[in-house]
Write a protein that binds this ligand. Structure first.
Ligand code: ADP
Ligand code: MG
Length: 325
């Protein structure tokens, strides 16, 4: 059982009996979103739903690289040396992406959009076999987070650089769901997009929002209390198999090709889902040895699931281990 150390010893006794548990959900960012919440007296579910969906639509309009008209797609198509004023969320995500890129020495790289597309994981559609090496090298030359220049809210397009925030934007959107619910007076909630979660407050019975971690490694299921805490996992099954080799949708920014390490998935617990999401992708790219050392150095709570011969093995970072009862 993983328990955040910030969990108060005496939990609130719970919402009054009149409190109503409500659920909302839908589709966004190519996946599903959902929230479970204790509705405060006076809040109207339809109004909450309208506010949440408008917010999600706004984020998609800014940062989807699947939308031809999004702010991000326009940036990707813009001429070399042009400067772009970013709306606030785009700026926040860009700052976080560049921070994790720098800390991880480029393991997380938000500038791989053209390569993600080339490998068939983007809007131009799937492919059945790897692309020619020359095409990979050509696009790799135009990628690289170090080519980006952010000055306040202004971002410079260095020329031919394609942002892809798929490894971080869902996490930010989960933070936004949670913050908006809090603003609407709904302090007790669990927000989720495509398996990335953030929990705040407690359930109506006073218990925390327990979430199961299904690592597939076979051991008894680990559960974590999401009390002011987020969780994100990198390493979904998306990808293709060619000549007996699996090509996943997370790329090694050094080669421009899908990862070749033995990491099946990485789960990160962090107060901010934005960072949990980006670090999970970064650790996945770093692999077990470098990733576990990085998690230890940065005090990150991370759970690695490694392919080990026929089976799967779990490795926990010290901060994650410290949450164990
Ligand atoms: P998932 O949870 O679905 O496994 P991630 O959060 O790990 O997803 O993000 C994977 C997506 O991020 C890819 O589909 C791709 O669009 C993009 N991406 C691929 N490689 C990297 C990388 N090294 N750094 C940042 N983003 C990446
Ligand atoms: Mg991620």
């Amino acid at each position: 059982m993983l328990v955040p150390q910030s969990l108060p010893a005496v939990l609130r006794t719970g919402a009054p009996p009149s409190a109503q548990v409500a659920r909302l959900g839908g589709e966004t960012m190519g996946t599903s979103w959902s929230v479970v919440m204790t509705l405060s007296p006076g809040s109207v579910l339809a109004d909450v739903e309208a506010a949440l969906t408008a917010m999600l639509d706004r984020l998609v309009a800014q940062m989807s690289h699947w939308r031809p008209d999004s702010h991000l797609t326009r940036f990707n198509r813009a001429p070399a040396e042009s400067w772009h004023d970013l709306p606030p969320d785009f700026q926040v995500v860009t700052q976080a992406a560049l921070r994790v890129a720098a800390e991880s020495d480029g393991a997380f790289d938000p500038s791989l959009g053209a390569l993600v597309n080339l490998w068939g994981f983007g809007p131009s559609g799937p492919r059945a076999a790897p692309p020619p090496q020359a095409a990979v090298e050509a696009l790799l030359a135009q990628a690289g987070w170090r080519r980006l220049m952010l000055e306040g809210a202004r971002l410079k397009q260095p020329g031919g650089l394609h942002l892809d925030y798929s490894g971080i934007a869902k996490g930010h959107a989960v933070d936004c769901l949670s913050r908006l619910l809090t603003t609407l007076g709904i302090r007790d909630h669990l927000a989720e997009i495509g398996g990335e979660l953030r929990g705040a407050g407690v359930k109506p019975d006073g218990a925390p929002w327990w979430v199961g971690l299904d690592s597939g490694a076979g051991s008894t299921e680990t559960v974590v209390a999401l009390h002011g805490l987020s969780i994100a996992t990198s390493g979904s099954e998306r990808g293709f198999v060619h000549d007996g080799r699996a090509y996943g949708h997370t790329l090694d920014p050094r080669t421009g090709a899908p990862l070749e390490n033995n990491v099946a998935s990485v789960t990160v617990l962090h107060p901010e889902c934005l960072l949990a999401d980006a670090y999970a992708t970064a650790l996945m790219v770093m692999g077990a040895d470098r990733g576990l050392a990085f998690a230890a150095d940065h005090g990150l709570a991370a759970l690695f699931v490694l392919r080990d011969g026929q089976g799967l093995a779990e490795r926990l970072s010290p901060a994650c281990q410290a949450m164990l009862d």
